[in-house]
Design a protein around this ligand. Sequence first.
Ligand code: CMC
Length: 455
Amino acid sequence: MSTEESTITASTAESESKPGSDGGELAGEGSLTVTDNRTGKSYEMPITDGTVRGMDLRQVKTDEDDFGLMVYDPAYMNTASCRSSITYIDGDAGILQHRGYPIEQLCEHSSYLEVAYLLINGRLPTQSELTDWVDEITIHTFVHENVKDFMQGFRYDANPMGMLVASVGALSTFYPDANRIHDERVRAIQIIRLLAKMPTLAAFAFRHNMGQPYVYPDNDLSYAGNFLGMMYKMTELKYEPDPRLERALDVLFILHADHEQNASTSAVRSVGSTQVDPYTAVAAGVAALYGPLHGGANEAALRMLARIEKVENIPAFLEGVKAGEERLMGFGHRVYKNYDPRARIIKKYLDDVFEVRGKSPLLEIATELEKRALDDEYFTSRKLYPNVDFYSGLIYEALGLPVAMFPVMFAIGRTSGWIAQWLEMVQDSEQKIARPRQIYTGERDRDYVPISKRG
Ligand code: CMC
């Protein structure tokens, strides 16, 4: 070790508890001793919840003028940006829980709007609370007539995610008091409006693409049923959704409801930390979800299955993946190193959807592809398992959705999680405007050169 390097040791012994940097007693978890080999000085920092505070490192200085040590962590690979009690994930064990309830139980017994209530309020509602919640959301599904004109302004083939980013953000112009984010009652009505209007905006975007008239919400229908109606109703006086499709869609919304600090949620928190209104913060979430590395993988998985074309082509395709020519889309996850519990649940609903819509020829390819990959040392040794995107595209396709709508479906479900995370952030006294540091690598102290003298 060079003398420029520093040493870090951790202690967990209770007896070694000493005052932390804030002067308080260290938690029973112990402390971290850092020795700065540049100066020979040692510093002790409390370990709380398996973390040390980045700001505690600032005391590590070479002299009084030194700014102090910072943490360099591109892409936040090892940085906890908040304390949260909304969603728990154990990626090694393949566990996903919302407010402590396993995703499997929520998908079996709950509805999307009940899960939204749970995420946002921290507990399951009583029957009367749920009835009021669903009623409130149902009567707010209509959007201002001007939204239709706004939508009409897009080109006929505009991507529906681009339309959603713009139209969710535009809602803030209809509700200017939404920027009073510290008023609990004002916040509550915006939360209802966001949950209620998101499917309406999404369906309008779809109908615009199809060149079809927009369909107004039907307050007699469920959240998922109303969405199907706004998407597919034509000349019939009353749209009646098939209960199997309605339930499958509701479960898909539950499965996408929240996934702790992913890229789009971090975008909502970051933009929301400026104290902007929630419509604008959620528009930032939709924008982040638009990217192919986040909300677009379901589309890529479906295209891949179509390209494989038939089961006989699977071995050659997998050889290509193993040779590094491409990735098996819908497989692998940054957090899950086990079967993604969401993929397991989606599989159960495929049969219901295919029973109504007819079986997709791609299902056989997907099933065989999964089986072969899970039998293959390349995938097992790297802990690559199907993720939520492996099968969700098959359901969306069976529902008659173009691939450009797949991330929009993700956004509808994720809205409840974005809101819950935004609400937690605005009420967290430790949070401030999100503002990372940088390591400056550019030039300094140059004198301006007139344009006539530049080479
Ligand atoms: N197919 C083939 N090999 C893979 C795959 C895959 N889908 N995913 C990872 N690997 C290999 C990778 O080549 C590497 O191998 P090696 O150690 O020999 O270099 C090893 O597994 C580790 O991969 P990594 O890229 O370091 O893992 P990561 O955590 O950075 O990437 C991931 C996670 C999801 C981006 C990646 O698994 C992937 O690209 N999967 C396909 C895209 C996909 O399905 N994305 C949806 C994610 S779930 C939806 C969401 O939450 O947004």
